[in-house]
Ligand binder design. Structure first.
Ligand code: MF3
Ligand code: CO
Length: 285
């Protein structure tokens, strides 16, 4: 029995409920985990996130053009900061919970949240994830890509490619009025089929009015359905796929860097998506 004061959707005094509200009330009464009202973005908010996403994509396109062997990850950070601020936006990572830089740069066995450094020079054979997040007029977007530096081993190249396919497969598994867990089920089964493991300790997330909102988007199959995916929701899918085992280590010294426990490479691709009545639309393409 759902207590009336814990309900997310209810008829407001003196207001006829819309068909959409009635539908949400019905799902909630039947026991499904439905999103709260504030997770359903209106058209003005969606437009704001879309504009933020355009700048975010501009940053990634610039990095894709410029990244090369011999460059430091600190130079990537400077490019992200300069491009973002010169377009009237702010890099979301900068000072986020104490993060010291404008972008995350995660190389080889670094799973995510790598901190750019003057001392880390990109060398032939590295695979690097550049994770860019932008705030424009208060609206957040979040996406990342992998880059191969010079000639990369065939096994690393395959990891990068299959991880990109995992993102596409997760995207296609997400159905309007379906559930978050369908994304993780699809991604995990594809990763396993390819001999890889899925990182379990970090997830995708709602995004748009804040950097991290509900729901958590796991990239593995959970025993729970998770939240219903309703048109108007905006969230990331960002699978982190390991060549070896799924276990990760959180660096206690810098407070951020996440690496694979077995030291084998990891890859990640990410987009920000809008759920529509016809499935997901990419807002960071
Ligand atoms: N961009 C990461 C994500 O995809 C979050 C990074 S938090 C930071 O959720 F502070 F490290 F930037
Ligand atoms: Co993210």
């Amino acid at each position: 029995m759902v207590k009336s004061n814990s309900r997310k959707w209810f008829v407001r005094a003196g207001q006829e409920p819309t068909d959409f509200e009635l539908r949400m009330m019905d799902f909630e009464r039947r026991g499904f985990l439905v999103p709260s009202r504030k997770l359903i973005k209106n058209s003005e908010q969606i437009e704001g996130i879309r504009q933020s996403g355009l700048i975010n994509t501009g940053v990634l396109d610039l990095i894709e053009k410029e990244i090369r062997e011999g460059m430091t990850t600190d130079e990537i950070d400077s490019m992200v900061y300069d491009f973002t601020t010169s377009h009237g936006a702010t890099p979301a990572p900068l000072n986020y919970e104490g993060f010291p830089k404008s972008v995350c740069t995660s190389i080889n066995e670094v799973v995510c949240h790598g901190i750019p450094s003057k001392n880390r020079v990109l060398k032939e054979g590295d695979i690097i994830n550049v994770d860019v997040s932008t705030i424009l007029n208060g609206y957040y977007s979040d996406a990342s890509r992998m880059f191969c530096i010079g000639k990369v081993s065939e096994e690393k190249e395959r990891l990068v490619r299959v991880t990109k396919e995992c993102l596409r497969i997760g995207m296609e598994a997400a159905k309007p009025y379906g559930f978050v867990n369908e994304i993780g089920c699809a991604i995990e089964s594809y990763a396993k089929k390819n001999g890889y493991s899925v990182v379990r300790d970090l997830a995708g997330h709602g995004v748009g009015l804040a950097f991290h909102e509900e729901p958590d988007v796991n990239h593995y199959a959970s025993s729970k359905k998770g939240m219903m995916l309703v048109p108007g929701m905006v969230f990331t899918i960002e699978p982190m796929i390991n060549m070896g085992k799924h276990h990760v280590v959180f660096n206690q010294k810098d407070g951020w860097t996440v690496t694979t426990k077995d030291g084998l490479p990891s890859a990640q691709w990410e987009h920000t998506f809008l759920m529509t009545e016809n499935g997901l639309e990419i807002l960071t393409y």
